[in-house]
Design a protein around this ligand. Structure first.
Ligand SMILES: C[S@@+](CC[C@H](N)C(=O)[O-])C[C@H]1O[C@@H](n2cnc3c(N)ncnc32)[C@H](O)[C@@H]1O
Length: 224
């Protein structure tokens, strides 16, 4: 707990109360995260809305998500793509996927979301082999050591102009440590290095503080 964490939470609560009203379906999805294998690992409400707004700003109608959990971010993304849009979300655990499906149903977006259960790398490989139409927006938020593999899969499943957002890139500041023994830190460092090396990608990264503590996103735009 950082000294200022109470203030970060208060400010987030104020922003969310003022600008990001959650309907009962979103509240239910967030609360049901407690019953998943990773309680409280969903994005904050203002972060969910940021993802939705990035989708809308990019004009995205096809979204791919790595890491569904209870479907909280998925509901935001599915609402952002509208009735004619599609979201494919990849989740390892059937237990979480079942909770997510119920939440998507309650939010009225189940018909525009495919929840694919299994290791995300395998599900993504199947999408590639099936020649799936490119996605406009990708949210990478599953197991962090696999970030480089998820970026590579995303590049096979997107087009120039697509946007890729990667969550949890700060790791309590350990992201700056090249010798970190934490394979999640190494997954973040490796994906950032790959992005930096890839001439087709333009990117930035932002630190965030708030109800989820100290964290951050990488935002990538595919230019070629
Ligand atoms: C941080 S949570 C996702 C939170 C969700 N995006 C949200 O904001 O509401 C990470 C999820 O990735 C899933 N996961 C972990 N390893 C995975 C893998 N190899 N393949 C697919 N999903 C995986 C976990 O079960 C968990 O549900």
């Amino acid at each position: 707990m950082y000294e200022s964490e109470g203030a970060w939470r208060e400010v987030d609560a104020y922003f969310v109360d003022t600008l990001v009203p959650e309907d009962p379906a979103l509240i239910g999805a967030r609360e049901s995260g407690q019953r998943t294998t990773m309680p409280q690992a969903e994005v904050a409400p203002n972060q969910g809305k940021l993802l939705a707004m990035l989708c809308q700003i990019a004009g995205a109608t096809r979204v791919l998500e790595f890491g569904t959990l209870a479907g909280y971010s998925t509901v935001w993304l599915a609402r952002a793509v509208g009735v004619d849009g599609r979201v494919t979300t990849l989740e390892l655990e059937e237990h979480n996927a079942a909770i997510a499906r119920a939440n998507l149903d309650r939010a009225g977006v189940a018909d525009r979301v495919d929840v694919l259960v299994g290791p995300a790398a395998e599900s993504a490989q199947r999408l590639i082999e099936d020649g799936t139409e490119p996605y406009d927006f990708v949210f990478i938020d599953a197991d962090k050591p696999s970030n480089p593999a998820y970026l590579r899969a995303s590049l096979a499943l997107t087009r120039p102009g697509s946007v890729i957002v990667i969550d949890n890139v700060v790791r309590n500041g350990s992201v700056t440590d090249p010798d970190s023994p934490d394979d999640r830190v190494q997954g973040v460092r490796a994906v950032l290095a790959e992005i930096a090396r890839d001439a087709r990608l333009d990117a930035t990264a932002l630190q965030t503080v708030g109800s989820k503590g100290w964290d951050g996103f990488t935002i990538v735009r595919r230019t070629g």
